[in-house]
Design a protein around this ligand. Structure first.
Ligand SMILES: Nc1ncnc2c1ncn2[C@@H]1O[C@H](COP(=O)(O)OP(=O)(O)O)[C@@H](O)[C@H]1O
Ligand SMILES: [Mg+2]
Length: 276
């Protein structure tokens, strides 16, 4: 494990991660400064309204936190954005021109929306480096990928990613030997290798130590700006440490939105959630 000091120097935005600047797909029109529009979204499961007239707007480069009690619809909202669940009504746009409801899951990932699920899904028997390389290659043949020589530009991207996720000192460690927190960072690195512009991250700090949570806060803060990041999380201390704008989801709709202080002092929020 690297020491705290090295972590602070590796999660350092001042180094320019030139190769990690996401390429903006030509069809992604961010001219209005908004990367995601969800409007009037409704989803029912067997008559139960999981999402109820949901409106959500995410700015380009924003780091947005979404909180809300269990069953509020947070994961379902991500399922809609990534094409896993088709809503009954409403609209979902990625920038001005990409209609998400007309694309399937692979097409949405290809358009530049990356999702990290709660449980890390790294290739345990491969090294950290090879996990990143495999993620960059996408669906190409694993054997060909790991035996072919990497272009120097790809090597640079992997090196930049290792830096960003705090694993530059152990590129040849097997992923299975990493701590839970390091696996989560590796998976974020794997997502980044696919060049997403918008990252959706579901409960990143569940099961992490306090120190790992601090580093994760740093990592996500560093990603915002070049990327837009939507984080769903239950841990209030963690949210407080990264929060800029917070949205509270309750019974499938936005109950309140604002700074952490604003939502914490909102009477409706206190009743349904924080006062629990
Ligand atoms: N595929 C599904 N089929 C039936 N009900 C579902 C399905 N997915 C989610 N739900 C229900 O929708 C509600 C919202 O779930 P979810 O989005 O997972 O909430 P959260 O992530 O905020 O805890 C819950 O009541 C859940 O049981
Ligand atoms: Mg959930």
């Amino acid at each position: 494990m690297p020491t705290r000091e090295t972590i602070h120097s590796v999660f350092n935005r001042d180094e320019v991660f030139e190769f990690l600047k996401p390429e903006i797909p030509p069809s992604l029109d961010l001219s209005h400064g908004v990367i995601l529009y969800l409007e009037g979204i409704n989803v029912s499961f067997d008559g139960f309204k999981a999402i109820n007239d949901l409106n959500l707007y995410i700015d380009d480069g924003e780091l947005r936190c979404i909180i809300g009690p269990n069953g509020a619809g947070k994961t379902t909202m991500m399922d809609i954005i990534t094409g896993k669940t088709q809503p009954d009504s409403g609209s979902a746009w990625f920038g001005q021109k990409i209609n998400l409801l007309k694309l399937d899951e692979p097409a949405i990932a290809h358009a530049g929306i990356g999702r990290k699920f709660q449980k890390p899904t790294v290739f345990e028997n491969h090294t950290v480096h090879d996990n990143l390389e495999l993620a960059m290659a996408g669906n190409k043949n694993i054997y060909t990928t790991l035996t072919a020589k990497l272009h120097s530009e790809d090597q640079d991207r992997i090196a930049d990613t290792l830096n960003l996720i705090g694993l530059r000192d152990q590129p040849y460690a097997s992923a299975g030997s990493l701590s839970h927190g390091q696996k989560q960072w590796l998976e974020i690195g794997m997502l980044l290798m696919q060049n997403p512009k918008l990252l959706l991250i579901d409960e990143p700090v569940a099961g992490m130590t306090h120190q790992e949570m601090d580093r994760t806060a740093e990592l996500l803060t560093n990603l915002a700006g070049e990327h837009s990041v939507v984080v769903v999380e239950h841990d209030m201390d963690f949210i407080r440490s990264i929060a800029r704008k917070v949205s509270v989801l309750h019974q499938g709709s936005i109950l309140a939105e604002g700074t952490m202080d604003e939502v914490q002092n909102n009477q409706k929020v206190i009743e349904v959630y924080l006062g629990e």
